[in-house]
Each structure stands twice: as C-alpha cells, then as structure tokens.
Design a protein around this ligand. Structure first.
Ligand code: GLC
Length: 613
C-alpha cells in the first residue's frame, strides 16, 4: 500500500520518534536538498549533509585507503569511503594521464552511487610536480625553491602542478612540506624550504598556487609539527636515524622554530594539515591533543581537516589498535590515512563511538571539516576529471617555468678567477661526475617511484645534455665517465657534477655526507689537471671541505628536476646566479644540528650565502 505524502511524513515521524528509523535515513537525499545547492556556503551545505548521515556514512568519510588496497572497488560504495590516495610511486599501468583519469573516474563513480552521492577526495604526493605521473614536469625539490627564495615563482609552480594533478583526476596534493630542517643528515632535508622558519613561511605562497588557480586542488601543510627538528639517533623506526624521531624542545622553542610556517599556511587558507610521525618530548604527534586541537584548530583557527600520515595511527600504541584509534581521533585527527586495512579501521572506530569512548560530537566535527572542504573545492559539481586539462601535462609552458626555477635555484659558492660564467674561450669542456648524465639522480626521491632511482627513469634533460644544447657554437662538450689526468689536462675546463643516489624519508637518513668515492676521485683528477668547476646535484649540502682548495668554482644545484638545461643556462651566463643558501653548509658533521652544534666554529658557507658572479 503506497502512503500519500502527508501520511508518509507522519509515519516517518512516528518511526523516528520511536527510534525505529534514524533521522538521517528519514531525510532522504532528494536532488533538491540544500547540500546540493551550489549557491549556499560550503559550511551551510556541510551542515545540511551532516544532518542526513548515519554513523556508518560519517566514519566512511573519515577513512582514506590506498588505491592498491582496494581489492573490490565496490567497497568504495559499500563502505562510503571518503578518500583514496596514491602513495609514493602508486600509479596505474600504463602510467598515462588518460589511465589515471580513467582509474579515478571509476573510483568516483562508485562514490557517486552511494545514497548521498558524496565524491571522493583523491590525494597524491605531488611534491615537485605530479611526480607519480610519468610525463609530468618535475620542478626543483623544495630546498632548491628555498634557495631561489621567490614566493611568486613557488605560487606559479603550485598553479602549474595543480593543473597536471587535476588533469589526472586527483584533487588533493600532500604538499607543501613545511618542515624546518635543522640537521641536514635527515633524509627529508630536500623536502624542506630551509632551516629558518621565516624562509619556510615565505614559501607558503605555493598553497595559494595549488588552491586558487584555474584548476584548484587541496593543499596539505605537513608534517605537523617539528618533523625537521628531531634529535639525531632518536628514531625508533626501522634503521632510521632522524626521521620519525623525537623533537626535544620546549613548547616555546617549538612555537618559535617550527610553528610559524603552519600559521602562515592557515592564514593562506590551506585545506588540510598532515600530522607528523615524529614525537615531541616522547609524545607521538598523532596523539597530541594539545597541539592538534588546542593549538592548530584553536589558537591558529585552522578550519580545514587534519589527516594522519601513512599508518601513523598504528604507531601510537603498538599492538593496541583500538586504543591508538581512540587516541588519534580524540587528539583531533579528522581523516585517517589507514591506508590498507580500512575495514578494520571502520569497525574499530564504530565500536569506540558506540561504546562512548569517542564522542559523537568529535565524529561530527571531523566529518563537517571534511565535507566543508569537499564543497569548497567544488567536488560535488565537478567530481570527474576534466579532459581539457590533459594538454597541460608536460606542456612547453610548464617546462619553461621549471627551467626558470632551476636557474633561480642555483647558488654560486666559489668562483676563483671568474671561471663562471664559462668563457667563450673555453672551447673544450670535459664533463664527468656521477650526476652529470643521470636523470634519476637529478630528480631525487618522490620521482616516478617513492625512493626514486639512478638512471633514465623517465623523460627529461640531464645536466650534460643541457650543456650540449646551450653551449656556444664551436664549444665542444665531452662527457667521460672516468677521465684520465691526461684527458682532463687537455681540456680548457673541467666540469665535475657530483651527487647522491636518490632516497626518500628515513631511508635517506645518513651519518656520512662525504662525496662518494668515484666523485671524490673525479674531483681530484680533474681539478689537479685543469681549471675546474664542481656542481653539486644533491638533496642537501655534502662535505667538500677537503676538496675546496683545489676547486676553482663551486655551484649548488640541489635536485633540479626534469629540466636540466636550467643548470647550463646559468653556467654559460644565459641566466644569472641569484640563489642563496637555504641551509648552512657545514665544514664537518660536528657543526650539526644547526642551533645546537658541538663545533660552534664558522661553517664552510653560512645560511644566506651566495655569490652573484
Ligand atoms: C609518507 C610521508 C608523507 C606522505 C604520505 C603519503 O609516509 O610521510 O609525507 O604524504 O606517506 O604518501
């Protein structure tokens, strides 16, 4: 028997009052519901939608799964998952823009089938361009942008990256890292803009680039808070030395050194904040209710949502997942990057709420924050990838922007006898060194794969290829892997490009910043035989104290990305040196960490140093 509308409403009201029908279910998701009205504010739409949701739907929104963990895409609809992510190197195969867009459109269609039709947030670490996507333009890593110290350039890079991310169907980047690196032995040094909070704060202009351009995506201020200030040797994760370790500072010191970039990002309207794996004085940041809720959300007034790091919740109380979940959500984490056993998370949190150990109000606050950002970024109106953006991936305009960023990132540290820019009289240039003709080494970590890798891992221009493109007519650029002294001696100029094997996160933590043996030998051979320029392609300063006297000119090129021509532009004088050191260049390891070194003597080169010629 079909009830007339009035009777149906009365019947529903009765069932609701008897507790037989959740109010949320009673308020169906009619197409004219206020939350579907794009003329209303994100906050009003979120409030209307929240009131319609069941506990299961709410907890689904708080759940983020890695794409590879979703065995059955129908889980997205069945469980009402709120977000998926691509971890480092996690991409469809083939790894093309079209394949990404098809993959994510498929996930979104599952989400749109749910009762309330809430689109997914799809996140990826686009930390120097859309580095999980083959063919994307890769920019200098953050330490190079810190050397350039050009907030407008950073904003432009954010806009360009957002276009390429949106073209692939993703709508959220886990960037920028606002870590203030205090010990360059840390494997995430290159993800930092530098060692001073004022420099890092200045570079938060990239947030506006990501979020306010023609193809806006959510940005993430990470990792909250103090990840760059951990004590050497304090990490208990794997064989890490610094990463995920313990930051031992008073709250006043933390607020002065590590908090300001997050204040700047909140002022810039950053949509999300990711919590750090690290601890503060022994307390896991993932369980730090004071800093996440009282400071970040309270004092700083952060209105977006807080996301955990990769299985970071599990680390709170190892072996006691329920207690860990309870502490994380209670601390103020709104979305959990589970990222694998998402069913266990959902079951666990549901039980905690039903037992009254996690307040319903905390769940509602978390979901309201997530929904508000989904409405703010137009996900309900534009849940699917826009094919018109595909042409932006790898575009000439983006490559030109990256080349300019490389030029601005180079720092001239020494220039005896005006060796640079390279004179036109230098007709025979010998190039060698482990990073002279190795694209993977100039890309660094977070490039195609999580850790990155040596070799030609994708398209791009190596340093020596750039030199050959930019060299004046009549100048011969010869690359030799292991030149002899005689070969070096016959050159007008020797150029040694030294560097590091790529790494990411704690796998890059090191107790040794010296040159690898082959590079040290190359510097010795070439610089003894002829005038020499050493270019350092690395994620951090390397120890060159012993080699410095024999080096004619020294350039820090950081991790320049796919457009290696930018290095050649500056070496040949087509662009000027303008970069300055974003981190102190130590004379020895005893001069680390900055601020609290054992050796308080003068560094090899101080923070902010950079010659113009
Ligand atoms: C990693 C990193 C974080 C990244 C996340 C997702 O462990 O700590 O920076 O955004 O996982 O890949």
């Amino acid at each position: 028997m079909k009830l007339r509308p009035l009777n149906a409403a009365l019947a529903q009201g009765l069932l609701v009052s008897l507790g037989l029908l959740p109010l949320a279910l009673a308020r169906s998701a009619s197409p004219t519901a206020p939350y579907r009205d794009a003329s209303l504010s994100p906050e009003a739409r979120a409030a209307d939608l929240l009131a319609r949701m069941t506990l299961a739907e709410k907890i689904g929104q708080m759940t983020q799964a890695e794409r590879g963990a979703v065995r059955d895409p129908q889980d997205i609809a069945t469980l009402g998952l709120g977000s998926l992510l691509s971890g480092g190197g996690s991409a469809p195969s083939p790894n093309t823009t079209a394949d990404w867009a098809a993959m994510i459109a498929g996930f979104q269609k599952q989400a749109l089938q749910t009762r309330l039709g809430i689109p997914l947030l799809y996140g990826t670490d686009a930390v120097h361009g859309h580095n999980n996507l083959l063919g994307a333009v890769l920019y200098p890593h953050n330490i190079g942008l810190g050397a350039a110290r050009d907030p407008e350039l950073a904003a432009q890079i954010g806009r360009a990256t957002a276009e390429e991310v949106a073209a692939s169907g993703a709508n959220w980047t886990f960037s920028p890292c606002l870590c203030v690196v205090r010990d360059v032995r840390w494997g995430r040094t290159y993800e930092s803009f530098g060692e001073r909070p004022e420099l890092v704060s200045e570079m938060t202009g990239i947030v506006g680039g990501y979020q306010n351009g023609p193809a806006p995506i959510l940005a993430t201020a990470k990792h909250f808070v103090g990840d760059g200030g951990t004590t050497y040797g304090s990490s208990t994760t794997d064989d890490y030395l610094l990463d995920q370790g313990d930051t031992r500072l008073s709250e006043a010191q933390l607020s002065a050194l590590h908090l300001p970039p997050f204040e700047a990002a909140v002022k810039a309207g950053v949509a999300s904040v990711m919590v750090s794996f690290s601890s503060l004085n022994g307390l896991k940041m993932h369980a730090d209710q004071h800093l996440i809720t009282e400071v970040l959300k309270g004092k700083l007034g952060f209105q977006g949502f807080v996301v955990s790091d990769w299985a970071g919740v599990d680390q709170i109380v190892p072996g006691d997942y329920a207690r860990s979940v309870r502490k994380a959500i209670g601390a103020g984490i709104d979305m959990v990057m589970v990222p694998n056993d998402y069913r266990r998370f959902i079951t666990t949190l549901t039980a905690e709420v039903e037992a009254g150990r996690v307040p319903q109000a905390r769940i509602d606050d978390a979901v309201r924050r997530i929904l508000t950002q989904k409405f703010r970024f137009g996900l309900f109106e534009r849940p699917l990838p826009d094919p018109a953006l595909a042409s932006s991936v790898g575009s000439a305009a983006h490559r030109a922007l990256a080349r300019r960023a490389v030029q601005e990132s180079l720092v001239l540290l020494k220039n005896r006898d005006g060796l640079l820019p390279i004179s036109r009289t230098a007709k025979r240039i010998l190039v060698t060194g482990s990073s002279a003709d190795d694209l993977g080494r100039q890309l660094g970590g977070w490039s195609v794969t999580w850790q990155g890798a040596n070799g030609r891992t994708r398209t791009g221009t190596t340093v020596v290829e750039g030199l050959r493109q930019v060299a004046p007519a009549g100048t011969k650029v010869e690359y030799l892997r292991t030149p002899t002294a005689a070969q070096a001696g016959s050159a007008d100029l020797g150029l040694v490009v030294v560097g590091e094997t790529p790494y990411a996160e704690g796998k890059g933590d090191t107790s040794d910043l010296s040159l690898n043996a082959a590079d040290a030998a190359a510097v010795d051979t070439v610089c003894r035989a002829t005038k020499c320029v050493v270019v350092v392609v690395s994620g951090r300063p390397l120890l060159l104290t012993d080699q410095l006297p024999q080096i004619g000119a020294l350039v820090a090129a950081w991790l320049p990305g796919t457009e290696g021509e930018g290095v050649a532009d500056v070496l040949f004088g087509a662009a000027k040196f303008g970069g300055t050191l974003p981190v102190t260049w130590p004379r020895n390891l005893r001069q680390l960490p900055v601020g609290r070194p054992q050796d308080t003597g003068a560094p090899l080169f101080p923070y902010g140093f950079g010659l113009r010629r």
